[in-house]
Design a protein around this ligand. Structure first.
Ligand SMILES: NC(=O)C1=CN([C@@H]2O[C@H](COP(=O)(O)OP(=O)(O)OC[C@H]3O[C@@H](n4cnc5c(N)ncnc54)[C@H](OP(=O)(O)O)[C@@H]3O)[C@@H](O)[C@H]2O)[C@@H](O)CC1
Ligand SMILES: [K+]
Length: 483
């Protein structure tokens, strides 16, 4: 599990080192790490370090100090380094001296022929967008950018990407990852964390590793049968949206080896596509389940409302998605009164209906607040999906691509997560593991047999078809061998 920390937690950890901070040891370690990453980048991009050209953009704080000390090291390795200071009088004093003494040159505009640019404008002390002078410098930059700590213009805690902000190819951070490194991952590029000997403690935002997910993913054991692995009931689809039923129940079949029941008007289409699904015309005829998935394409009329009320009165885990979320937004008391766990899986629009306000820039707080208020687990969809049950740390899943942004993909996600709930996984783990496999399946489907080549747009059916391959991949990666 990877942790992502707030700026205040990082600052507190730096302060706790006492002399190491005040004596500049932390900054020396940070800049040494930064310089080695720049050297590795130069080697990878142009095959040599000697004769390379690097430009620094230097702000008024310690972030600029990191850049200047690293610049001095690079000069000593034979790199031609120039620095543009946003305000020469306020540039880090000892860093400036070290840079000049090593042979670094100060310039007023960034040359167009640099191989790499180092963004040392702001790090933890930054707020808001790049100011005009900095924005002007970066406007002319075509070279790849290595950001010091954070791409300037990106909020360290919320990951809000202001306009303008630096778009980095690589971000080098120090001691521990900041929240923005996962929340704004697309702006950070590859993130390298340099060890500088600080300990910020437990993180309030985490990401699960492959092995975390591989360990949890339910597969049949020697004494399992279809019932012991959990039966999931899917209430989805309608005359108007039968496809939601097919996608959601199909995903539930793909996610685990347990049994899938279906209740709704799309039984014929569901069973035609997946004959192993046991369909029933109504709830009374459905049989027992270990978890319900309710809502995708299921409508919001009185009948849908009555069905959801009855499902939420049952003492089993329930996942509510899509139309079901519109209904529970009208009846939050149906959620707060439950003993069994509830998992809600809103996109931003559904979140706003549930919360009574937009998600806003601080997605982590938004998802935790809603989970606490409704006494549920919330999975907030997005390129970076967030899961909170208000008790443990928020779990982020960075999809790494947006191929899953397609109609019906949400129905597949709820089917996967519902099957995992039925298998007995805690809602936060079921939600996070489902988000990961869903994102991986989208990527696999988009890229076909060549993972390094260009992807092509996919539909939700393609994503669903790639779910078994995504599960196989993550189990192999997480356990070191397939079973
Ligand atoms: N402490 C340590 O030992 C270690 C620290 N480390 C490093 O220190 C960094 C934190 O340094 P820091 O605290 O000096 O803040 P920093 O991010 O450089 O900002 C400075 C000033 O910039 C300004 N400013 C704000 N927003 C702006 C904007 N949008 N656009 C332009 N300017 C803006 C604002 O000043 P203002 O102009 O408002 O007076 C602000 O005060 C940290 O990220 C890491 O890199 C590492 O070496 C590890 C060891
Ligand atoms: K920066």
């Amino acid at each position: 599990m990877l942790g992502f920390h707030t700026a205040s937690a990082i600052r507190a950890a730096e302060e706790a080192t006492g002399d190491l901070l005040t004596g500049g040891v932390l900054m020396r370690r940070a800049s040494a790490g930064l310089a080695s990453v720049v050297i590795a980048e130069l080697l990878a991009r142009r095959g040599a370090v000697y004769g390379a050209r690097v430009g620094l953009v230097v702000g008024s704080g310690d972030n600029g100090g990191d850049a200047l000390y690293a610049g001095a090291r690079l000069v000593r390795r034979g790199v031609s380094v120039v620095a543009v200071a946003l305000d020469r009088d306020r540039a880090h004093e000892s860093g400036s001296r070290a840079f000049t003494a090593a042979g670094g040159r100060w310039v007023s505009t960034m040359p167009s022929d640099v191989d790499l640019v180092v963004d040392g404008v702001v790090g933890l002390g930054g707020s808001g967008p790049l100011r005009p002078v900095a924005a002007g410098v970066f406007a002319g930059v075509r070279a790849p950018i290595v950001a010091v700590d954070l791409p300037s213009g990106v909020d360290a805690d919320t990951g809000e990407i202001h306009t303008p902000a630096v778009h980095a190819a690589v971000t080098v951070t120090f001691g521990a990852r900041r929240r923005a490194h996962v929340l704004a991952s697309s702006q950070c590029g590859r993130v390298v964390c340099v060890d500088i000997g600080i300990d910020p403690g437990a993180a309030g935002l985490v990401a699960l590793s492959d092995s975390d997910i591989a360990r949890e993913w339910p597969v049949p054991g020697p004494v399992d049968d279809k019932y012991t692995q959990g039966v999931v009931g899917v209430i989805a689809g309608s005359d108007r949206y039968p496809g939601a039923a097919v996608l959601c129940s199909g995903a539930a079949v793909a996610a685990t080896s347990g049994m899938v029941r279906y209740v709704g008007s799309a039984a014929e289409q569901v069973v035609a596509r997946r004959p192993e699904i046991v369909a029933a015309p109504d709830l009374d005829a459905a049989g027992r389940v270990q978890a319900w998935v309710v809502g995708p394409g299921a409508g919001t009329d009185d009948a849908a409302e009555d069905l959801l009320r009855r499902i939420l009165a049952a003492d089993v885990p329930v996942l509510v998605d899509a139309d079901g979320l519109t209904v529970v937004a009208r009846h939050p008391e149906w959620l707060t009164g439950r003993d069994a766990p509830t998992l809600l899986t809103p996109h931003a629009g559904e979140f706003a209906r549930l919360a009574g306000h937009e998600v806003g820039a601080d997605r982590v707080s938004a998802v935790s607040d809603l989970a606490a208020r409704l006494e549920v687990t919330v999975l907030l969809k997005g390129r970076v999906t967030l899961v909170s049950d208000a008790a443990g740390p928020v779990i982020a899943n960075d999809a790494g691509s947006s191929w899953a942004a397609t109609a019906g993909a949400g129905d597949v996600l709820s089917g996967i997560a519902g099957a995992l709930l039925a298998s007995g996984l805690a809602p936060r783990v079921a939600a996070a593991a489902a988000a990961r496999v869903h994102a991986d399946a989208a990527r696999l489907a988009a890229h076909g047999s060549d993972p390094t080549g260009h992807g092509a747009p996919i539909g939700a059916s393609d994503l669903l078809a790639a779910v078994p391959a995504a599960i196989r991949d993550i189990r192999s990666a997480g356990s070191g061998h397939d079973r």
